[in-house]
Design a protein around this ligand. Structure first.
Ligand code: SF4
Length: 236
């Protein structure tokens, strides 16, 4: 019996999807082998410290955040200490990071909420985390995965750029991109995939001049192949 046009279309869509998943797994295998030490670059020892560091890291380098938290954390053992500092005290402590006033406000309000609603402990479920001031889906994912080992795949600027160049997602938002990536890899790989894509973005697939010639996944990257072709026609 001949297959119908819709069966053929369904079959080819399934085939494309399976090929994408295979390519995504191959890419992740190779990038993980390239960056076996990929890990969270923010310094922290408790979930509360990680929450603060992650809020501070918006539009700021992890290196700068680590300098600021290196000075702040020794005098802060939990949300009570931050509330005692007040807005002015906290602003003074974090003024070396961008947007320090609004970040101080978020941290202060989140700390008050953690004391009031969560007995002073950072909640380990997404809904409660995202209900805290200054905490969106990305911050919640970073805290859930790094502090509690809950599978999550936060999409920051590096993960967004790298996954789009590799044609693993065409989504326009970080949230949808995260959803696309999570559908390609098993849950057990999400946390490390996040760190690995960030390392790759920082060390090879730079925003301005990605080093495609030395990229371990060039053969699986549509954008890399275009860039290499262009460079061959227009050598520097
Ligand atoms: S080939 Fe180039 S664009 Fe593609 S992932 Fe590697 S560095 Fe990035």
């Amino acid at each position: 019996m001949e297959s119908s046009a819709s069966e053929k279309a369904g079959g080819s869509a399934r085939g494309r999807r399976e090929a994408l998943v295979r390519r995504a797994v191959r890419i992740l295998d190779r990038l993980e082998a390239t960056f076996p030490d990929a890990r969270c670059a923010l310094d922290f020892t408790t979930p509360y410290e990680l929450l603060l560091a992650t809020i501070l890291s918006a539009q700021c380098t992890d290196e700068r955040v680590n300098i600021v938290t290196g000075r702040l954390f020794p005098s802060v053992s939990g949300p009570k200490d931050v509330v005692a500092m007040g807005q002015a005290g906290l602003e003074a402590a974090i003024r070396d990071v961008g947007l320090f006033r609004s970040k101080a406000k978020s941290i202060l309000e989140a700390s008050i909420r953690i004391l009031r609603d969560h007995e002073g402990r950072v909640p380990s479920d997404r809904a409660s985390l995202e209900a805290l001031p200054g905490v969106g889906p990305k911050t919640a994912s970073v805290v859930l995965s790094n502090a509690f080992g809950v599978p999550a795949l936060a999409v920051d600027t590096h993960v967004f750029r790298v996954s789009h160049r590799l044609a693993l997602s065409e989504a326009r938002t970080p949230e949808k991109t995260s959803e696309d990536l999570r559908s390609l890899w098993p849950e057990s790989r999400w946390i490390q995939a996040h760190h690995t894509l960030i390392f790759h973005g920082r060390q090879i697939c730079h925003a301005r001049n990605p080093e495609c010639v030395r990229c371990p996944v060039l053969d699986a990257c549509p954008e890399g192949r275009v860039r290499i072709r262009k460079a061959a026609h227009h050598p520097a």
